[in-house]
Design a protein around this ligand. Sequence first.
Ligand SMILES: Cc1cc2nc3c(=O)[nH]c(=O)nc-3n(C[C@H](O)[C@H](O)[C@H](O)COP(=O)(O)OP(=O)(O)OC[C@H]3O[C@@H](n4cnc5c(N)ncnc54)[C@H](O)[C@@H]3O)c2cc1C
Length: 323
Amino acid sequence: MAEVLVLAEHTEAGEVKKVTCELLTAARRLGAPSVVWTGPGAAAGQGRLAEFGAEKVYVADSPEFDGYPVAPAAELLASLVAAHSPAAVLIAGTTEGKEIAGRLAVKTGSGVLTDAVNITPGPDGAPVAEQPNFGGAITVHSVVKKGTPVIAVRPNAVSAEPAPAAAVLEPVEFTASDAAKAARVTEHVVAEKGSRPDLTEAQIVVSGGRGTGSADGFKIIETLADALGAAVGASRAVTDAGWYPHQFQVGQTGKTVSPQLYVAVGISGAIQHRAGMQTSKTILAINKDPEAPIFEIADYGIVGDLFTVVPQLLDEIAKKKEL
Ligand SMILES: Cc1cc2nc3c(=O)[nH]c(=O)nc-3n(C[C@H](O)[C@H](O)[C@H](O)COP(=O)(O)OP(=O)(O)OC[C@H]3O[C@@H](n4cnc5c(N)ncnc54)[C@H](O)[C@@H]3O)c2cc1C
C-alpha cells in the first residue's frame, strides 16, 4: 500500500494535537500513514499515533526545529519525499502548516492544495481535496497533477476516528542547510492561555460582533462561552475597535474555525467573516435584524436583541446543568 506522510503537530512533551489524529484518519483513506515527527517527545506521543493508525513514525529529534521557523520542517519533508515517494503529504492547515506546505511544494516541484475540508481517493487512487472557495460560496474538488500532492487540511474538518496500528519509531538523521537557517527564532513568548479551549480546535465557538456595542458589552460573549465550555471568537469589527484581542478574530484575515457548533452573536455575516466559519457543522445566529446575511447560512436563527436573548439562553443552560 502506498505510504502517506503526515506531519505531526505536537507539544515538546509529546502531546499529539487533535488535528494530527484528523490527518491520520484522512491519510488512511489514501494508503498507509507514516507520521513525520520533528523535535523531541515522539516516544510520549507514540501511543496516540498508534491509536489513530500510524504505521510508522519518522523521528527527526533535532533542536533545529525549535531554533528556526518553518524552513527546516519543509527541508526534512522534502528529503523524506525523495527517499520514500509517498502518495501524498498531509499537513495541518494552520498558518505555519500552510507555509510548510508551500515551501515543500516548491522544493519537490509539486502542486499544493490548501484549506482542504475533506480528502477522498479519486478513481485512480490519487487524493481529491474538497475546498470551499470565495468565502464558502463555491465548493471545488481539486487534484494535484504534478509531483507529490501536498495538502493542507483545515483543523476540525475531518472527524478523527481510531484504527490501531503499530506506529513503529524510525529515527531519521537530519541537519538543516544554511539556507534553512537564514531566519532564526530569537525568543519564545508564551501566549497567556486561560481555561477556555483553543479557538481553532474547540468543539463549540461563541463569537461576538459589533452588535455587542462595546468592550464591556462583549463580556456577555465570554459568559455564554464559559457556560457552554466554548472558545471565544470575534468579528473584525470587534477586534479593530479594540474590544477584544486580534488573535481571536474569525474570518478571511483571522482564524479559520470548523467547530461542531458556531454561535454568531450580533454578527452580520459579511463574506469575509463567513470565510472563517462557514464549514462549522451547526451554526446558530442571534441578530436583531431578520435580514442579516448570517441567517442565510445559519441552521438555527434567533431574531432579537442579544442582550435579551443571551441572558435567557444562560438561564436555560443553568437549568439544564441543574438536572
Ligand atoms: C479585506 C478584508 C478582510 C476582512 N477580514 C475579516 C475577517 O477576517 N473577519 C471579519 O469578521 N471581518 C472581516 N472583514 C470585515 C467585514 O467585511 C465586516 O465589516 C465585519 O465582519 C463586520 O463585523 P460585524 O458583523 O461584527 O459588524 P456589522 O456588520 O456592523 O454587524 C453587526 C450586526 O449586529 C447586529 N446587532 C446590532 N445590535 C444588536 C443587538 N443588540 N442584538 C442583536 N444583534 C445586533 C446588527 O443587526 C448587525 O447585523 C474584512 C474586510 C475586508 C475588506
